[in-house]
Design a protein around this ligand. Sequence first.
Ligand code: ADP
Length: 423
Amino acid sequence: MFKRLHLKLTAYMGLILIFFMFFIATGIYNFTRMIFDDGTKEIMKSEAVRIHAYRNASMTTSIFEDRSFYQSLNTNVILMGKERLDACYVIYNENADRVHIEGGSTWVADNLKTLADLSLEEKSDSYVKKKIGNFNYRIYTKYFNDTEESSVVQVYVSTINEDILWSFLRTVLFIFGLTGMVALLCISYILTGQAIKPVKKTWVKQKQFVADASHELRTPLTVIQTNLDVVLSDDEGTVEENDVWLDNAYSETRVMAKLIDHLLILAKADANNEKLDMMEFSISEIVENVCGSMIVIANNKNIDFQMNIEEDLIIKADYDKIRRLIVILIDNAIKYTEKGSIKVSLFTEKNKKILIVEDTGIGISEKDINRIFDRFYRADKARHREGGTGLGLSIAKWIAESHRYILTVESTINVGTKFTLKM
Ligand code: ADP
């Protein structure tokens, strides 16, 4: 499923990038051509003007026989940047007679005559590209309306070098585009892979969570069914006589209720639906209150319960959630301590309020300690202990993190465990 999604995303992302690259490449190409065209047009136009001006100035001295005129034209002819553009020109009088031709063949000039005729007829300039024979030419035809007589100056240049340059640019862009496309596809494959990773991880985790939850719900349900089966098969028996089985079934319903309660909290936490109801209250009071109700259970197990609680420590937090966290920690301490003692301390240290719940219970092995905050994780020794859901510490951790508090654990197997909450 994720493989297909990965490929699909790569394809979409790749397509977008390829389109983007295509538009950039064609944009660069067309823009360069446009600039070049405009630039050439301006140069050819000014050259036509220059030729015309020079011709007018030299009219009196029969310029077409004047060598300096040709020299002047040939040395100055159309400069593009510092490079000389190999241009040719033709001059027509107002009767469209060719009065002078320079630099090109008569045959090409003949092919351009229609443009000069049109310019004289419409009294306008034109700038065209035309194929004559095997070559393309840029032709600028400039109309001059002088007082004595109108004339036309036609400047034209072969685009053979330019065409080679454009075709080279096209090839370069194509090769770069192709290699860029392959590179972009590889990059998008890697990037989409990275983007999918957390989704995949969450999905696997969620799947595991659902499987674990179903399994955990099944166990108490089976116990209830088995116990009730025994009760049902005893037609004659009274309620008192079946007290044990009914009691078993009842206590399992409590386990189920607790499990469902925990599952709901985590489901809401996952959906980010659980809002914190922040208020100021005395954490000292809650800790005392929870200890007060738990001390009885500890005493029943002959566990020594000690408290060292600093008075009137005020925090701003979600009252119910903080209470739940404290219950989870103290409940675990009692659950996982057979004999010995439990100590609950609350104090201030370097502007931080610190709650420590420590016990001299079974402890947690090194291999388990990093996983006890995972959902449904129970250390082997305690795996089948009554009443545990394996969700308590994940809820405690989530509550701590949602308040930006830090919950840590230190433990030595068969020595004891110490949970520290830094607020
Ligand atoms: P459970 O409902 O099983 O107690 P928790 O999430 O509260 O689930 O705890 C996860 C596991 O961490 C427990 O199953 C137990 O193995 C271990 N654990 C938690 N608290 C203690 C403790 N105080 N001493 C020893 N082990 C503990």
